[in-house]
Write a protein that binds this ligand. Sequence first.
Ligand code: PBG
Ligand code: ZN
Length: 323
Amino acid sequence: MKRFRRLRAAPQLRELVRETHLHPSSFICPIFVEEGRDIKTPVESMPGVFRYSVNRLAELLDEVNISGVGGILLFGIPKHKDALASSAYDDNGVTQQAIRYIKKNYPGLIVIADVCLCEYTDHGHCGVVHDGIILNDETLPLLAKTAVSFAKAGADMIAPSDMMDGRIASIRSALDENGFSHIPIMSYSAKFASGYYSPFRDAADSAPCFGDRRTYQMDPPNRREALREIEEDIDEGADIVMVKPALAYLDIIREARDSFDLPLAAYNVSGEYSMVKAAAKLGWIDERRIVLENLTAIARAGADIIITYHALDAAKWLREGEH
Ligand code: PBG
Ligand code: ZN
């Protein structure tokens, strides 16, 4: 008789036949670094997440270092913002300072630098704005300059999240021309215009002051277009491609995995994190169980790399064993 239950009878047996395993080494932990000194500010909408100044970063990085997570994704929050995001490509900007500090004190830690203009512009859009329009080609050189500046500071990888067309080609050639042909690009290839980013915008102080991001980020209903975006980024030279958000887009992750052979990342974004934290705080769900189930779902859908604010907790739970 068919008995599916035979292999479910004991934890050891379940572990033996488990098809998907989570590894802390495939998690990436996002980190917010704010310009200034002695800052450790909680992000209201993301319990457990803080903005640190460079001189307080060690508290977090010591934990990252022992956690076994695969790397960090860095977001800088500058004091000075202007129309052309000049702090983004200032070699002495907050992100560059943070990268130098981290690579000096934690040389083995993989530092991935998010490249976008929205944290550095006074209007909060991801590109150059003219008459209320976000200009594509005028934005590309600024992104390229920013990527080169981050690489010069010591970033191990560049992660463009702006969704301008042609940015991977521009960034790739700027890196190559400046002696950084060895630095990989992880592209936010299929990044959807999602309501799930709002807690991040509190954290990074990057909400657009007019309009929204729908003219450059993808329309959520579009599956085929996501594959075309990914294909284009691969043609332009991306080394790792990404789907973002993760949980509401598991179908896109699966299709991308089946269609392309590059390493695939998925971003378990701020809103996905905050919903879990809020429900857990109310006692409505078991946080550990839900987090590991969510991360497993993202891995099962086909992601090799998971960027998640749960990275340190999940790594700890996995170290503790049986889930
Ligand atoms: C910057 C950027 C955003 C996120 C990552 N990089 C915000 C946005 O596009 O508005 C979102 C991450 C998250 O919600 O956790 N472009
Ligand atoms: Zn942006």
